[in-house]
Design a protein around this ligand. Structure first.
Ligand SMILES: NC(=O)c1ccc[n+]([C@@H]2O[C@H](COP(=O)([O-])OP(=O)(O)OC[C@H]3O[C@@H](n4cnc5c(N)ncnc54)[C@H](OP(=O)(O)O)[C@@H]3O)[C@@H](O)[C@H]2O)c1
Length: 287
């Protein structure tokens, strides 16, 4: 079966207007799939849709939806109508940041809606068709933050852990019916959100790192490897394309080999060391 027959005819890219999600939408179109893109900025969605139609000759349906709004998942399902979704990439994220008690409760609750509730509803809905047809893919985009708690991003990291673990469970269940489901772990990537936090400035240089990790590949020249990674974020185009290259792999795939290696530190039994290290790294990020 070729790619289009296995993963088409439509790809639903939630958070598909810009950065990683925009690149994922383009990669789907390049591979011959029709694309449904979901995001808030209607003008940007329309503009990108026109570009993809012209460049790849596929159909594109832009849906302007705020994922934090009540009934967002149902609005997407209604907008998709009878189109057969063979691939769903859930890329969008809410990202509250700051001291947990200072961030308004509404932002923490939006985080749960956008990063946990809406993907759960969409997987439950579109997963039925994929399982019946015994083909297709579900990708939940998660984060290196999923592997430990840390200051500033406490509720966001908790939600990314939910997506990570949910995707691993789906991988285990759905492979039995021929559907690829997996978590795609993204590390530092130069998107609009990322630029707002760390732009390779002296804020990052100032981060007081404790224990460091020295990966053997994809590695920095020397010393503070995770700080190096923050200063050398991935290109969103490469990360978006990487999602599709990871189809058919394991329950957890990484956007960068460096992150895969350093994840072993975050996942170690010494939780104090893991949490303190990430919290120290975050101290250098603008928030
Ligand atoms: N960038 C990084 O360094 C990094 C690191 C670790 C993990 N990640 C993960 O990678 C994924 C993408 O992150 P990103 O923000 O950096 O980049 P992105 O893919 O470049 O942009 C986020 C996309 O989601 C849409 N979106 C955001 N909030 C939305 C909402 N409430 N309703 C509808 N659409 C929404 C945005 O469009 P609109 O603004 O128009 O709505 C945009 O299309 C996330 O799952 C994030 O957790 C990123």
């Amino acid at each position: 079966m070729n790619f289009k027959d296995r993963y088409g005819p439509w790809a639903l890219i939630v958070g598909g207007s810009a950065g990683i999600g925009g690149a994922a939408a383009e990669e789907a179109a390049r591979r011959g799939l029709h694309v449904i893109t979901v995001a808030r900025r209607q003008g940007l969605l329309e503009e990108r849709a026109a570009g993809l139609r012209k460049k790849y000759g596929v159909k594109v349906l832009p849906l302007s939806v705020d994922l934090a709004a009540p009934g967002a998942a149902e609005t997407i399902v209604e907008g998709v109508e009878e189109r057969e979704v063979g691939t769903m990439v859930y890329n969008a994220a809410a990202e509250p940041r700051g001291s947990f008690l200072d961030v308004p409760l509404s932002e923490h609750l939006d985080n749960i809606t956008v990063n946990c509730t809406v993907p759960t509803v969409l997987v439950h809905h579109f997963g039925q068709g994929l399982a019946e047809r015994r083909r297709g893919a579900i990708v939940l985009v998660s984060s290196m933050g999923a592997f430990q708690g840390a200051k500033v991003f406490s509720s966001y990291f908790a939600a990314k852990a939910y997506e990570w673990i949910l995707a691993e469970g789906l991988w285990s269940e759905l492979r039995e019916v021929g559907v690829d489901a997996f978590s795609y772990i993204v590390g530092a990537t130069r998107t609009e959100t990322y630029q707002g936090q760390a732009d390779g400035s002296s804020d990052v240089d100032a981060a007081p790192l404790g224990t460091d990790v020295a990966p053997s590949s994809g590695a920095p020249p020397s010393g503070d490897s995770s700080r190096w990674r923050l200063q050398n974020p991935s290109d969103p185009g490469e990360v978006g394309r990487g999602i599709f290259e990871a189809f058919g792999g394991g329950p957890t795939e990484f956007s960068h080999p460096f992150d895969q290696e350093t994840s072993s530190f975050a996942l170690q039994p010494n939780r104090r060391a893991a949490v303190e290290r990430m919290s120290a790294l975050i101290s250098g990020i603008r928030h």
